[in-house]
Write a protein that binds this ligand. Sequence first.
Ligand SMILES: Nc1nc2c(ncn2[C@@H]2O[C@H](COP(=O)(O)OP(=O)(O)OP(=O)(O)O)[C@@H](O)[C@H]2O)c(=O)[nH]1
Ligand SMILES: [Mg+2]
Length: 319
Amino acid sequence: MNFQGLQKIENADFYLDVAIKRMKKRIGEFRQEGMRGGQINKSKAIELTKIESVEKELRDLLHTILISFPSIDSLPEFYRELMSITLEIGLIKKSLGSIKWCIEKNRELLEKYRRNIRNSTEITRINQYRREFFGRLSSTIKQIKKNLEYLEFARKEMKNYPAIKTGLPTVAIAGFPNVGKSTLLSRLTPAKPKIANYAFTTQGINIGYAEIKDQKIQFMDIPGTLARFEKQNMIERVATLALKYVADAVIYVFDPTETYPVEKQIELYELTKKSRKPVIIYLSKTDVAEKDKIEFFKNKYKAITNTEDLKKEIENLEF
Ligand SMILES: Nc1nc2c(ncn2[C@@H]2O[C@H](COP(=O)(O)OP(=O)(O)OP(=O)(O)O)[C@@H](O)[C@H]2O)c(=O)[nH]1
Ligand SMILES: [Mg+2]
């Protein structure tokens, strides 16, 4: 799923301007085509074309928003949940509903003013109806100004969502902050995530792909989480969602140099195991860690210390 390509949602004035410009172009062509009939009939024909054309152009523009915006109810669960923690789904639905309302309202207005113009017997009245129609049309679109703004806000937020391929065998790389998850991703796949010596370097989800025994595997380097599920920050909540909804298996990274205390790391490991997904344990920083720490994890947790063995473990997973 990729939200990068979502089309920008413009403001109410923009759509109105575009619709009017397109209408003027249409009217130019219309006049050139030549018209028959008396003055009043010519005037009716022109003003009817104007109001019909603005309504149609505006409807097309608004309709494009409706069809290009992702349908929330048919999104994969991960994205739906992600949306519910980063945005107000109710407000998105209401805003999309308001666009439908605007389209309907403009159609009703068009019908009404069409009748008025057709039944007019004076040119001044015809012009007056056209002006009135434009006034009311711009008022309906202005009424949904805030809704368009919210949809654009949502689009920008969604653009930052990770582009995860749901349906591909996926292994999440989890653990405390700063333990070396992103470093591991960069060793397993060609991905080049940001790596730095501080907690919460990874703020989103880094994705990498590797072919392991003829199978394409998606690796998800998720932000570091602390063993505290009740008061997680947004970054941790996103990581938890990815683990829950997308991962088929987990590589849990222990850091024997104890950037965070071993007991805390074990606590999070125990919580991770509760997901009932296969968990492979990887020990990072063995080049600098104390020997007895490394032995502890190797003996007690059968920790793997190199990527080749890790890949073999992944080969044996059943997706
Ligand atoms: N010596 C050594 N340093 C490592 C190793 N793996 C990671 N590091 C260092 O540990 C620090 C954190 O590494 P990251 O890969 O950014 O850790 P992370 O788990 O992704 O951290 P967050 O994104 O903050 O959760 C960096 O300074 C890395 O260079 C390793 O195997 N050996
Ligand atoms: Mg990281």
